[in-house]
Design a binder for this molecule. Structure first.
Ligand SMILES: Cc1cc2nc3c(=O)[nH]c(=O)nc-3n(C[C@H](O)[C@H](O)[C@H](O)COP(=O)(O)OP(=O)(O)OC[C@H]3O[C@@H](n4cnc5c(N)ncnc54)[C@H](O)[C@@H]3O)c2cc1C
Length: 413
């Protein structure tokens, strides 16, 4: 069959890889580069100001070892090397207090006394954590559907830490996290504790897209500006702004979900119902070498999940220390970080790269019809893939590629 895939992020590229052996695949990507939220400097993103031997990720970066089974199957199939990376978190508050997670205490405290003092500091919020943990733990899977995460987290200090972790995981504005769907948040938070193991892709995340491309025999159109997608009994017509027109047997949408109703010129009432509440979340991430914000707190250990509450107390940002996450030599004294919503703290001359990302704006209304989208995959010659159909992370993107591949008789891993 002739199959069009719209969107060259993780979901679209996984589907392309798995379907390529059995079908004639054409992939359309709106951007000049492939990868979606995968932005590896010196791979799919050129960066003249960075040593050409270094790869830094300014987007997707880390993967859970025990909770990403399909991602691991894909990496195994592509023979992409993964490496364990120690991860910890610190919470920096507007009132100048800070807390180190057990990982940051373990890896970052140099003396016994420092360890003891930071452990006592962390213990001071343990009851608030147990309170939130109990609420999450006893929430049953059916009752968390169609409910916002704020119903379960409350507003104590541990809840704030967890909400900031959700902001980090989904690069969503902190102010929107109260409306974040509990059915996605709670399972993620439940297995993102101190014993969670994390991995990175050696050589940068885009390395696996490169491996897919090496084997891919279909065609790829970057900078593709699609103006309409229409369907009839014979298949799917795609029209580009430059006048090019294509006919396919099937189409797979692997874009962010807000795009579906923009592209489809003949949506059914059910398609309108399923996609109308999805909006786009556009954010910037910055790679920089400015560590001055830590000096204010007297902290010299930088963590991978460092979360900063803004002075106005309402907004927040993150700074992810990249040297360990990107496997750089520890002797090198340049400290690279990836930051979101921290612009006011970063000196412009310390910025190496800025990336704009588009991702789904998750809320209870938007995800209401996710199951229905999955159950009706294939209706009107139309399939849907994307991280948003599962837990919103890389495992979800890869899983959605597996699902459409299976429905269309592609490779099974
Ligand atoms: C900054 C950031 C960091 C993240 N870090 C992690 C992480 O470390 N680990 C993790 O597990 N997850 C992370 N995520 C979540 C991440 O979004 C998913 O892991 C995954 O990469 C999403 O893949 P996707 O294919 O579903 O969507 P996307 O990556 O958004 O891909 C969609 C693609 O469709 C293209 N497209 C959109 N509209 C059109 C159109 N009209 N025509 C043609 N093409 C179109 C887009 O340009 C894009 O390439 C991160 C997300 C962000 C924003």
């Amino acid at each position: 069959m002739k199959i069009a895939i719209i969107g060259g992020g993780a979901a679209g590229m996984t589907a392309a890889h798995l379907l390529d052996k059995t079908h004639d695949i054409t992939l359309f990507e709106k951007q000049p580069i492939l990868g979606g939220n995968i932005r590896t400097l010196n791979k799919n993103v050129a960066c003249d100001s960075l040593d050409q031997n270094i790869t830094l990720d300014n987007g997707v970066i880390e993967f859970q070892r025990d909770y990403f089974p399909n991602f691991h199957k894909l990496m195994h199939n592509l023979q992409v090397p993964l490496e364990h990376t120690p991860i910890s978190s610190e919470l920096f508050l507007a009132n100048d207090r800070y807390y180190k997670s057990t990982g940051a205490i373990r890896y970052g405290c140099k003396t016994k006394w420092e360890k003891l003092s930071e452990s006592l500091n962390l213990a001071s919020i343990i009851f608030s954590y147990l309170n939130v943990y109990a609420r999450m733990h006893f929430a049953n899977q059916n009752s968390i559907r169609n409910r916002p995460v704020s119903d379960y987290l409350g507003n104590n200090i541990s809840a704030r830490w967890l909400k900031m972790l959700l902001m980090y995981a989904y690069s969503m504005p902190y102010k929107k996290i109260d409306d974040f769907p509990a059915e996605i948040a709670i399972p993620l938070l439940a297995h993102s504790g101190m014993n969670t193991k994390w991995e990175r892709i050696v050589g940068g995340v885009y390395s696996y897209i490169e491996k897919i491309l090496m084997q891919f025999s279909g065609s790829i159109h970057c900078n593709a500006n699609i103006i309409s997608v229409t369907r009839d009994s014979s298949g799917v017509e795609i029209q580009l702004i430059n006048g090019d027109q294509y006919h396919f047997d099937k189409i797979i949408f692997a874009t962010t979900p807000d795009q579906i109703l923009t592209l489809l010129k003949d949506p059914t009432e059910n398609e309108i119902k399923r996609f109308k509440d999805w909006k786009l979340n556009t954010i910037n991430t910055i790679i920089h070498t400015d560590t001055s914000i830590y000096k204010h707190f007297g902290v010299t250990y930088f963590s991978e999940f460092d979360l900063f509450q803004n002075k106005n107390n309402e907004d927040s940002g993150y700074n992810a220390y990249l040297d360990r996450l990107c496997g750089l030599s520890t002797e090198d004294d340049i400290n690279f970080s990836l930051a979101y919503n921290m612009e006011q703290h970063i000196a412009p001359d310390k910025i190496i790269d800025t990336q704009q990302h588009n991702s789904p704006m998750y809320n209870v209304e938007a995800i209401r019809y996710r199951q229905e989208i999955l159950q009706t995959n294939g209706e009107n010659h139309t399939y849907h893939a994307g991280a948003y159909l599962f837990e919103g992370l890389h495992e979800g993107a890869v899983t959605s590629g597996f699902v459409v591949s299976e429905l269309l008789g592609g490779l099974r891993l």
